[in-house]
Design a protein around this ligand. Structure first.
Ligand code: 13P
Length: 257
């Protein structure tokens, strides 16, 4: 057990990325519904992020303790953006959570800091809760620039936040995503503490104390407990390991921390 002293409500997300079918989501929903069921919405926030096509199936099949959100949104409120879904549409559909700035969107879809900032703004205006992702690549880490990159990404996000109660920061070092190379608990703690310090110095100490900062990158049932014991780790954003029953064990690690 850790000696955490704050009152932040833990947060665990399952980013399903571009995975799933109607039948696999039905099976996964059963796997994520063990008996006895281990948590309620009062205990912690758990959010899964299916593809937009599968949101409806996930809402229908998962127990009510799970929230369901979207993986990305359009940079604009509406208009000629073929293939996009706007923050207003996500809210209108009845969803409350959105991921913005995931490294895969930054690297593969051209999401610059400016675009990420614009999306955070749209999501804030729409009334959504936002999980905003930051994190350095391996090259940036090796060049000693991890903190500089994280602060640069954080600054762009912070400039667009109008309600700090509606934001979770996901620190996801790109070198840890889908690689099996999880950050050590010490590395994760240091980065989370540095992120909290930046918020304290540049926003307010009160907001920093209440902000949830979660870790993402090769989180599994076997490494989550020690990560979760770190004082500044407030939960996880999980990729691969959120696609099977082991996700419940990761959620449980946040219940006992
Ligand atoms: P993995 O857990 O598969 O490394 O993915 C992490 C991630 O990108 C969550 O957003």
């Amino acid at each position: 057990m850790s000696s955490k002293t704050h009152s932040r409500k833990y947060w665990v997300g399952g980013n399903w990325k571009c995975n799933g079918s109607l039948s696999s989501i039905a099976a996964l929903s059963e796997a994520l519904n063990p008996s006895p069921f281990p948590f309620t919405k009062d205990d912690l926030d758990v959010v899964v992020f299916p593809t937009a096509l599968h949101v409806h199936a996930a809402v229908e099949k998962l127990p009510g303790a799970y929230n369901v959100g979207c993986q990305d949104c359009c940079v604009a409120a509406k208009g000629a953006f073929t293939g996009d879904i706007s923050a207003d549409m996500i809210k209108d559909f009845g969803l409350n959570w959105l991921i913005v700035g995931h490294s895969e969107c930054r690297a593969k879809r051209g999401d610059s800091d400016e675009k990420v900032a614009e999306k955070v703004k749209r999501a804030m205006e729409a009334g959504l809760n936002v999980t905003a992702c930051i994190g350095e690549t391996l090259e940036q880490q090796q060049a000693g620039k991890a903190l500089e990159i994280c602060y640069q990404q954080l600054k762009a996000i912070a400039n667009s936040v109008t309600d700090w109660n509606r934001i979770v920061i996901a620190y996801e070092p790109v070198w840890a995503i889908g690689t099996g190379k999880v950050a050590t608990p010490e590395y994760a703690q240091t980065k989370h503490m540095e992120i909290r310090t930046w918020i304290s110095d540049n926003v307010t100490k009160e907001i920093a104390d209440n902000l949830r900062i979660v870790y993402g990158g090769s989180v599994t049932p076997s490494n989550c407990e020690t990560l979760m014991q770190q004082p500044d780790v407030d939960g996880f954003l999980v990729g691969g390991a959120s696609l099977n029953a082991g996700f419940v064990d990761i959620i449980k690690s946040a219940l006992v921390a």
